[in-house]
Design a protein around this ligand. Structure first.
Ligand code: AMP
Length: 313
């Protein structure tokens, strides 16, 4: 059902490969899943970064398990420098690509090879450049194209943009438009993703709808998450707002530590101090919760709604 499956299905079959999908029941039994992955002899891997992170929970996920692995293609979520470093160490001969695109533009429309040079030069990593026949612009609220370096909405133009949602004219009017390029009319899609261009590369910096207002401050939850990820001993991090009477009153951080911690109290204090060096006071989460893992959706992305529900129980 997920648009990434289009990439899996057609890429493998069109290139004369064999498609080796992991059945759902195996994803619940890690031991069997690794055996199954090992049997595949796969040389190309397509998944979300969260799924690769899950695979790293077992140290057998390395070149010895998949000796032919030559290409990792990621899409759907932010690919972090940490995940790439782990992949480079575990699969030294494989190349890692970051790709980006929403369902509405028919899967990935930008891509970039994360070379050692790119990995060392950028944090966050770029999402690349547009494929031929597609244009990606950064626009402000008045649909004006912004210059390099300025943050705005990522807007996609081209033939791979969908003709619209099924029987939903009001949503279509909001999200889709057209644009003239060289005398031709192309479909245009407002992603509601934020981004900017730097040195010819496109960068993603969060969903417009993950931008909140708390005590009058505009805060990007993913901004806090990426700063937490840069702190010591943080493997994964998600920030959720706490709402009281319809108003956001504070933030909670959910952290998967790299190495198990002895005292949550001390770790909380340490992270708070480290974060304060990077962020203003109003962005520091009030609560820190340490977990072994984070829930993921059937699409393999971090499931914020499920995390919220789990924490309420
Ligand atoms: P979906 O339509 O479910 O595939 O989700 C598309 C959304 O996933 C995009 O609009 C982005 O918010 C996010 N996304 C896709 N690729 C990336 C990427 N490489 N880095 C960060 N976010 C991404």
């Amino acid at each position: 059902s997920f648009d990434l499956s289009v990439m899996d299905l057609y890429l493998s079959l069109y290139t004369g490969g064999t498609l080796w999908a992991i059945p759902k029941f195996l994803q619940k039994d890690m031991e069997q899943m690794y055996a199954y992955i090992g049997d595949s002899g796969a040389d190309v891997w397509v998944s979300t970064p969260s799924f690769a992170e899950m695979a790293f929970m077992d140290e057998s996920f390395a070149e010895s398990l998949l000796p032919q692995m030559r290409l990792f293609l990621f899409c759907g979520e932010t690919l972090t420098n940490q995940t790439v470093t782990k992949l480079n160490n575990a699969f030294p001969r494989a190349e890692v690509f970051n790709t980006y695109g929403p369902t509405e533009s028919t899967v990935a429309i930008t891509s970039v090879y994360i070379s050692e040079k790119i990995k060392n030069a950028y944090n966050p990593l770029p999402i690349g450049t547009a494929k031929p026949g597609t244009w990606v612009y950064i626009m402000d609220e008045n649909n004006q194209i912004l210059p390099d370096g300025e943050k705005g909405e990522i807007v996609i133009v081209g033939d791979s943009v969908s003709i619209g949602y099924w029987k939903n004219p009001s949503k279509n009017a909001e999200m889709f438009d057209t644009m003239q390029i060289d005398g031709n009319t192309y479909r245009l899609y407002h992603t509601h993703d934020k981004g900017y261009y730097q040195n010819g590369q496109l960068f993603y910096c969060g969903r417009i709808d993950l931008q909140i207002k708390m005590h009058g401050y505009r805060i990007e939850l993913e901004d806090i998450e990426s700063n937490l990820l840069a702190c010591e001993n943080v493997e994964r991090a998600v920030i959720l707002p706490n709402i009281q009477d319809g108003e956001i009153t504070s933030l909670s951080a959910f952290v998967v530590p790299k190495q198990s911690i002895c005292s949550t109290l001390k770790e909380r204090q340490r992270l708070r101090t480290e974060l304060k060096k990077r962020l203003p006071e109003y962005m520091i989460p009030k609560k820190f919760v340490f977990r072994e893992s984070l829930p993921v959706t059937t699409n393999g992305k971090v499931d914020r709604k499920k995390l919220e529900a789990e924490e309420k129980c």
